[in-house]
Design a protein around this ligand. Sequence first.
Ligand SMILES: [Cu+2]
Length: 489
Amino acid sequence: MATRRCVHTRSRVTSMHSIRRLFWILPAVLLLGRCGDAPIAPPSARPGPDLAASGLGLTNATDINPDPRVVEINLEARMGDWEISPGRRVRAMTYNGGVPGPLIEARVGDTLVVHFTNHLTEPTTIHWHGLRVPADMDGSPRSQQPVAPGGTFEYRFALPDAGLYWYHPHVDEARQMEVGLYGAIVVRSDDEPRADIERVIMLDDVTLGEDGQIAPPGDLLEIHSGRDGGLQVINGHIGTVLPMRAGQRQRWRVVNAGSARFYRLSLPGHRFTVIGTDGGALPAPRTVDDLLVVPGDRYDLLVDAVAPPSTRAMLTNLPYARGHGAGVFAAEDVLAVAYSADPALPFLAPFTGARAIEAIDSAGVTPSEVRMSEVVDESTQTIRFLINGAAWPDVPALHATVGHTEVWDVINESEMDHPIHLHGFFFQVLARNGVPEAARSWEDTANLRGHERLRIAFRPDDRPGMWMFHCHILEHVDHGMMADLMVDR
Ligand SMILES: [Cu+2]
């Protein structure tokens, strides 16, 4: 059961509030009427959804264009003080002075215009992770010249798909993102699942040096495993508290913005209903006790508040061995979920909404191989992460043609996990280690366990140009694990 929601910016939300309330209440009456033995309260007892979706420390982008189908924002990269906890500030690179950068909210079909100015003392770009933008808007080193200090660039493109996306630089990523350059984008359809409140949760971690500032890139071990920072910063803050009311259904849109940490999330006593991934809604929801969110990855979750009022639960990151001893540490607290004293609301009926995802017909397509490997030379203290035996920019480009199906066998020849990210196009995972994937989804980031083999398929739509794909452990990008994909007409 899905309710109709046409959420856009906060100002439009306010003006449409009463209309939207009707959209929300009517299906609620229908739904509750089918709940059988479940405790049912009159709809008026249930507050409407909190349409200011950000909260939890996020700032909303300011839309300067009155056209309801254009979201136009000014975005500046500049140095600033990032207050990671009360009174504790670190020097950071920021978008518009904050970390994360402003949350951009739009509707499917809107045009996004971003007037970007680089006030840093070094070049940067913006990559729109997951958005199907034209190649020259992709912000990668293959698609645009870096924006020089003092320079400007106008990003302008349509938003064709509902989902959670994010933006970040594609220049010196491991460092520029570590010190604060990232933000989230929510694109909504007219048919969004029902929830009482929506949260965007950007996962990140930092390591502070003895000077109290974010530590510069570390030693060979840190380069090899990537940085597992000692401090959990959720939406830019340590010690984030997420308010919840018993009986609520919260929608959590989660993105892992960390450079290397793998989050295996668990909320003891609760379950996560996964309703969407990188490329939007799934054909069928699946309910899990814990959920692996690898760097770059996104999940769309429903969380029913099953604990009693006035209790707390800790969102926890469980150990996850990702090779060579990385990720093997004690469970860590990520954020606190604090139940209010308000009486419990009746539970909503289980989510059943879905969308069809057509299988990509890959019959007769000869797969291309993408081999991921690593070479460590301890005598020279050097390490290289390779694709097809070479480090970027020396990896021979792969080629694809608009409208023609590509099948790739992505083969991890190393001990460690590597989450592969493809720019510009969503793919389907067809098989893992030769075993057909049970569930279908659209992804732009997929993890490979050590020595795992993934067969993926995608069909480039009409956006020719030079695209990129790479491991999303940013230290691995820095040391070569990136390659080019030329899409021709
Ligand atoms: Cu990697």
